[in-house]
Design a protein around this ligand. Structure first.
Ligand code: NDP
Length: 395
């Protein structure tokens, strides 16, 4: 019987807990731990299987180690915030537990995410015979697996990669983010960056856009270029890659609010003195905005996230688009969360499942595209994220 400890009782943690509970033959025992225990208890109460809950401050190493030593999980699924990645990895190393997360480490005082901090754990995980799986959400996560699938089945070489992330859902709120507002706004307001011929090219935030016609009636959408973490590992691991970019849709309303908030300093991440104390504007803004988990019952519409790849097979050019479409209302009916948390939580459960069954195994730190995509793609179809692909041969 395998035991999993899920850390973080937010929107994603809720989905991961529901989805792990649906696979009792793999996840024999489940504990959900987070900073606020009442949130863990509220999630546990939605699920018919018993879910253990605990309080833990995941920045506190000794507290984490004590929890891991008492529960003795086989795997930790970290869906707290990126700031906690390293303390949780340290605790896993100390207690001999496999590790999985959905977002790479980010220092709190600098809006900068990079794999270098977590890749530096490679030797320590290898020496202990442990596996750390990085970025097992949707993007990063399923998008990396889509690339590995295309590389394995459709291409000799992939030359161009465009990751397209469209949320065509509407929650009816003037301004809200679909996942943690602080993490979301830091990502969107950062300078854009893409990879071309071995170099990173920087762009001003949200200054590049393009239109793309999405399939299955989703229609023509406007996408903005952003830097996203999977570009860093994919640019290393995909054979023959010449260019890799990431694009996301935003409503005009979202962009208008973000511009005003940025202009007045509300998206700043540095402390500002106020009435004898210090406040970090983006953290204060988070306290004012709707909790992403409250958007679940309100959100209608669909997401479409996929990888558009151009390359060669047997000397001929071809384009392949591998994608998933997810319906916000269907996701809410199943796990009481909207599609953004759903599309992140399901791949986290699948990555954990493949680690626990041994279908994915290894010693060290891994990005998703380094593992066999087939069992993951198969599980996506079985656990609520069916994918499709469109292959266009060049004449
Ligand atoms: P939420 O803010 O909804 O949830 C985060 C949870 O972590 C909260 O329950 C919070 O506790 C808890 N937490 C925060 N800090 C600590 C701490 N120090 N110790 C213990 N628990 C803590 O975020 P989401 O669920 O939306 O996102 C979770 C993760 O998923 C993030 O890392 C995010 O970047 C990632 N993500 C990845 C995506 C992908 O596709 N790869 C897409 C979307 C998100 P409290 O309730 O007390 O605040």
């Amino acid at each position: 019987m395998k035991k999993v400890l899920i850390i973080g009782a937010g929107g994603v943690g809720q989905v991961v807990t529901h989805k792990c509970a649906q696979v009792p033959e793999v996840f024999g025992s489940i504990m959900l731990a987070s900073r606020t225990k009442s949130k863990c208890d509220a999630i546990a109460a939605q699920i018919s299987r018993p879910i253990e809950t605990a309080q833990v401050v995941a920045d506190n190493g000794p507290e984490l180690v004590a929890l891991l030593n008492s529960y003795k999980p086989d795997l930790v699924i970290n869906v707290a915030l990126p700031y906690q990645d390293l303390t949780i990895m340290d605790a896993c190393l100390e207690t001999g537990v496999h590790y999985l997360d959905t977002a790479n480490y980010e220092p709190k005082d600098e809006a900068k995410f990079e794999y270098k901090w977590q890749w530096a754990y490679q030797e320590r995980f290898r020496e202990k015979g442990l596996m750390a799986l990085l970025g097992s959400g949707f993007d990063p996560g399923a998008t990396n697996v889509f690339c590995a699938h295309a590389q394995k089945h459709h291409f000799d070489e992939i030359h161009q990669l465009d990751i397209l992330d469209c949320n065509a859902g509407d929650h009816g709120q003037p301004f809200a983010t679909n996942f943690n507002p602080e993490i979301n706004i830091r990502e969107v307001t950062a300078r854009g960056r893409y990879w071309e011929r071995g170099e990173w090219v920087e762009t001003d935030p949200l200054s590049w856009s393009m239109h793309y016609d999405l399939p299955e009636g989703m229609g023509r959408k406007k996408f903005y270029l952003l830097y996203h973490e999977e570009l860093e590992s994919l640019s290393r691991n995909l054979k023959g890659l010449k260019r890799a970019r990431f694009w996301m849709t935003f409503s005009d309303n979202y962009l208008k609010h973000l511009e005003v908030l940025g202009n007045v300093g509300m998206t700043r991440i540095d402390p500002v003195p106020y009435n004898g104390c210090e406040i970090v504007p983006i953290q204060f803004l988070k306290a004012l905005l709707p909790d992403p988990s409250s958007l679940g019952p309100l959100t209608k519409g669909k997401t479409c996230i996929g990888c558009l790849m151009r390359g060669v097979k047997n000397g001929k050019g071809r384009t392949v688009f591998v994608y998933n479409i997810c319906d916000h209302e269907e996701a809410y009916r199943e796990v009481k969360s909207q599609a953004i948390s759903f599309t992140t939580g399901v791949p986290a459960m699948i990555g954990g499942l493949l680690m626990l069954t041994g279908e994915w195994s290894g010693k060290g730190v891994f990005n998703m595209e380094q593992l066999d995509p087939d069992p993951f793609m198969d599980r996506m179809n079985r656990h609520g994220l069916p994918w499709s692909e469109i292959i266009t041969e060049e004449k």
